[in-house]
Ligand binder design. Structure first.
Ligand SMILES: *Cc1c(COP(=O)(O)O)cnc(C)c1O
Length: 410
């Protein structure tokens, strides 16, 4: 955006719709060519902004939810029970049963859920319920140094190595009215490499072979890269996965389910913040901005950010060269948020033109685990806009005290 277009008041998120569409098409295109028989479950926890949910819903994605609240949100936004993929350790019994009754996908995570299923079966003796099992397996051993769980085990699902998976499978196979139709193998990794997904596919083959399973779906889960320079994209993952799966499965019998979150929405989302003050304290220049670290790094794990600066009253062409007339370069400027916490510092820029009030700092690749984890701390939720070409449309207004107090008594 150049300086002369009318711009909204900072801070705000922007979702670039054509970029989002491009990533969605890349996802479905590569699944279609690699395997053909696929289903997309959009990960609600990554970003459940209603506009985003509607976007993926309109294009045929199911809702991948991991709590009864997320399930209820999916229903609220128009999803049917049959269009839900219900995962995670914290389901609600009522919604668990509703999704199973409607033929949606439920991936069992615990013994408690197996008991709920047994109970459901006893209430509907004429029905057959299809269930999937979340597999807990040693992915770290297959991909050393790449996983989030590391040497310790993961926390989710039934553990293959300890025999809990075999136990659960046996229980379910002996239950009348239940058929085990799927495996859920979501595993979070640090690397998000193609190798990780090859290993996950290999595990699916191993389980199929060892337990002689007849599966209508393999759910790979989420955890892909998308929109990061030098990292894999969708067309890198699925041919590799398909190659592995083809040893034991065919697209005619087994559907490939994917649950993308961050890979779909990262690239298309930016966060626009403005400088409102600068101050020098003991030789350090602090640049105060109206965006906070809590907006884009709520879990406080990032050590760097992708960003660019729109210098006020300077054309985009000149600012890209950092050749700003009348601005002295400063050796060190600490860019900070608006909150009253010292840790609310975003980055330090070195040997850059002096930042002044009115400049905009625009953070890139901030679609996942930002809006959904944003606290209501000091300032309420910022507005969200959708960009189409030069047009910005507000899809969530900034929250006000009225939004904050809803449901409260005072
Ligand atoms: C978090 C999660 C996802 C999405 O992960 P991304 O890293 O955002 O792609 C998908 N499935 C399950 C079960 C998850 O827990």
């Amino acid at each position: 955006m150049t300086g002369n277009t009318e711009q909204p008041k900072t801070p705000y998120f922007v979702i670039d719709e054509p970029v989002l569409q491009r990533y969605y098409d890349m996802l479905t295109g590569s699944l279609a060519s690699a395997w053909g028989n696929y289903l997309v479950g959009y990960s609600f926890k990554t970003n459940s902004l209603p506009w985003l949910v509607s976007f993926v819903k309109d294009r045929g994605a199911c809702a991948e939810v991991v709590s009864e609240d997320e399930y209820s949100l999916a229903r609220y936004l128009g999803y049917l029970d049959s269009e839900i993929i219900y995962n995670g350790p914290y389901k609600g019994e009522r919604s668990f049963c509703d999704v199973l009754l409607a033929g949606g996908i439920v991936n069992l995570d615990s013994m408690q859920e197996i008991r709920w299923l047994a109970d459901l079966v006893s209430r509907y003796p004429d029905r057959t319920f299809q269930a999937g099992i979340r597999v807990n397996f040693n992915l770290e051993k297959m991909c050393p140094g790449e996983t989030t769980m590391g040497e310790e085990s993961g926390r989710f699902g039934f553990c293959y190595e300890t025999g809990r998976f075999a136990e659960a499978l046996k229980l379910l196979q002996e239950m009348p009215g239940v058929s085990v139709t799927g495996l859920h193998l979501h595993s979070s990794s640090k690397s998000r490499s193609v190798n990780i997904f090859r290993a996950i596919a290999r595990m699916a083959c191993q389980l199929q072979e060892e337990f002689n399973l007849k599966l209508s779906y393999i759910d790979l889960g989420g955890g892909y890269c998308g929109g990061m320079a030098g990292r894999p994209e969708y067309p890198d993952y699925f041919p590799a996965v398909a190659e592995e799966l083809r040893r034991r499965f065919s697209p005619e019998q087994t559907r490939l389910i994917v649950e993308p979150g961050i890979s779909l929405i990262s690239k298309c989302t930016t966060f626009v913040t403005g400088v409102f003050d600068t101050r020098d304290i003991k030789g350090t220049r602090y640049v105060m901005t109206d965006g906070s670290r809590f907006n884009i790094d709520p879990t406080m794990i990032k050590s760097s950010h992708l960003y660019h600066v729109d210098y006020t009253d300077v054309s985009a062409e000149i600012s890209s060269e950092h050749n700003l007339s009348g601005r002295k370069p400063l050796t060190r400027q600490i860019v900070s948020g608006f909150t009253c916490m010292e840790v609310d510092r975003l980055f330090t820029c070195e040997d850059q033109p002096e930042l002044i009030p009115g400049d905009r700092i625009i953070y890139e690749n901030v679609g996942g685990y930002t809006m959904s984890l944003n606290p209501l701390f000091i300032q309420y939720f910022p507005a969200v806009y959708v960009r189409n070409g030069n047009k910005l449309r507000m899809v969530r207004r900034k929250w006000t005290p009225a939004d904050y107090v809803q449901g409260s008594e005072f």
